[in-house]
Design a protein around this ligand. Structure first.
Ligand code: NAI
Length: 447
């Protein structure tokens, strides 16, 4: 007997499966590709291998090994006696039943959809060119692109710009908005972009890409290039411009993985925004049950497919919450306090609203800053580029947000996330003894 069906074994799905199994539920989890999802196989983990590798060749070699090791770890977790892993695609037959291509059918009182997302390609001419890649294909290249053009200066665009520029590619980034990474404090986003510019990357901001054009031999100005060249045409301040490249990374967002069979279960969804859910990530039931209607499961959607917060750790916590909710267990997970990091070099990270967002919302706040250049550990590490911005509520000093730029920014933001979750004030942060010498001392230096 199965209590819970989970479709998709990415971070959301597999964490939910293990949590449920540990709490005594019988779980069947379906995965048509490798376990671990985008994050482990083609996202966070291989990207971080690139960030930490000394060269492109080392990155290519190490990523497979790291991914396989972690995948093995997830397989072991899923070998729990309460979990059945079905290595097939699951499709909804109705609101209570899913089936697989081999003809098996499954029912359970609860079903979690955790199907993730995939790269969104711009609907412009030339997108189908063989030189246009998503982050997944870029990680599969065996040769370092000499000229890499990145469309979109969001999280993926900035992480790949940083890493490929360091490996030696000539990197150009074209971004529609005025500044990169809109969720980050704009001071910090600008510093990060300027730092990448200083290292040789070129940015065209406020620039909308219109077309990707394959160049004919006679149009190619660059005789050194062994690859067929493509030209990215874009408009900036009313002017038509073009950039030639060997490889183009499309980093213009991701779309939820919606399958047409979701409709068989009466699930309403939006192709762009995903499956809409309530605060317990449950899919609202559209039909009123009456006598004679077939049984229906409680259906939940977690992770990228609900389009709320496209982050692996958000998916994991949503999965854990859904299992707790199914079992009637209270938890205190604060989905409104969601830290995030951008693994560029230097790193950037944030939790809570940026200063601009506080201003826009008319929320009273005080802003406190400190810089890495005055921190002993940062100087010793030769990582003096960086800053911390903390925003607090004016009267009691409760910490509202932290936006950090510099080495190990994610770790500093993680510390502040704990303070915010516990409702702590800046005074309480300052009263907490910090180990010397550490980068986290920057936090107590804010003024
Ligand atoms: P994104 O939404 O972060 O950024 C896409 C960028 O493309 C935007 O800045 C947008 O203005 C720009 N853009 C769109 N159309 C354009 C056009 N025609 N011309 C020029 N620029 C254009 O999406 P991204 O970077 O693809 O990431 C997808 C998702 O994956 C995000 O939700 C992100 O949070 C998540 N992710 C998170 C990571 C992390 O937490 N470290 C790492 C990688 C991805």
């Amino acid at each position: 007997m199965t209590d819970l069906l989970i479709i998709g074994a990415g971070p959301g799905g597999y964490k939910a499966a293990v949590h449920a199994a540990n709490l005594g539920l019988h779980v069947t989890i379906f995965e048509e590709e490798h376990v671990g999802g985008t994050c482990l196989n083609v996202g966070c983990i291989p990207t971080k291998t690139y960030v930490h590798a000394a060269s492109f060749a080392e990155a290519v070699e190490r990523q497979q090994q790291v991914v396989e090791q972690l995948r093995g770890g997830v397989e072991t977790l899923l070998s729990h006696p309460n979990i059945t892993l079905v290595r097939e695609r699951a499709s909804f037959v109705d609101a209570h039943t899913v089936c697989t291509p081999s003809g098996q059918t499954f029912t359970a009182d609860n079903i979690i959809i955790a199907t993730g997302s995939s790269a969104k390609l711009l609907p412009i001419p030339g997108t189908d060119s063989s030189q246009v890649v998503t982050s997944t294909e870029l990680l599969q290249l065996r040769e370092l692109p000499r000229r890499l053009c990145i469309i979109g200066a969001g999280v993926i665009g900035m992480e790949f710009a940083s890493v490929f520029q360091r490996f030696g590619s000539e990197v150009t980034v074209i971004e529609y908005l005025k500044e990169c990474l809109p969720m980050l404090d704009s001071d910090i986003a600008k510093r990060l972009r300027k730092q990448l510019e200083k290292r040789g990357a070129t940015f065209y901001m406020g620039a909308g890409v219109k077309e990707i054009r394959q160049l004919k031999n006679e149009e190619i100005g660059d005789v050194e290039s062994s690859n067929p060249s493509v030209s990215v045409l874009f408009e900036q301040k009313g002017k038509e411009r073009a950039v030639e490249a060997d490889v183009i990374l499309m980093a213009t967002g991701r779309k939820p993985n919606i399958s047409p069979d979701f409709a068989n279960a009466g699930i309403s969804f939006d192709e762009r925004r995903g499956i809409s859910v309530n605060d317990d990530f449950e899919v609202p039931v559209s039909d009123g049950s009456s006598v004679g209607t077939p049984p229906r499961s409680r259906i939940f959607a977690i992770g990228d497919v609900n389009g709320r917060q496209m982050l692996a750790h958000a998916a994991e916590m949503q999965g854990i919450h859904v299992v707790n909710h199914i079992l009637g267990r209270e938890d205190g997970i604060r989905f409104d306090i969601m830290p995030a990091a951008i693994f560029t070099n230097p790193e950037a990270a944030c939790v809570g609203p940026s200063e601009e967002q506080l201003k826009e919302a008319d929320t009273p706040y005080e802003c406190h800053k400190a810089f890495y250049r005055a921190n002993g550990k940062a100087l010793a590490m030769n990582e003096s580029e960086g800053m911390v911005k903390l925003c607090t509520a004016p009267d009691e000093g409760r910490i509202l947000s932290a936006h950090v730029y510099g080495a190990h920014a994610a770790d500093l933001v993680q510390e502040v996330t704990a303070y915010i979750t516990l409702g702590a004030t800046l005074r309480q942060l300052r009263d907490t003894v910090h180990i010397h010498p550490t980068l986290s001392e920057v936090l107590i230096e804010v003024n």
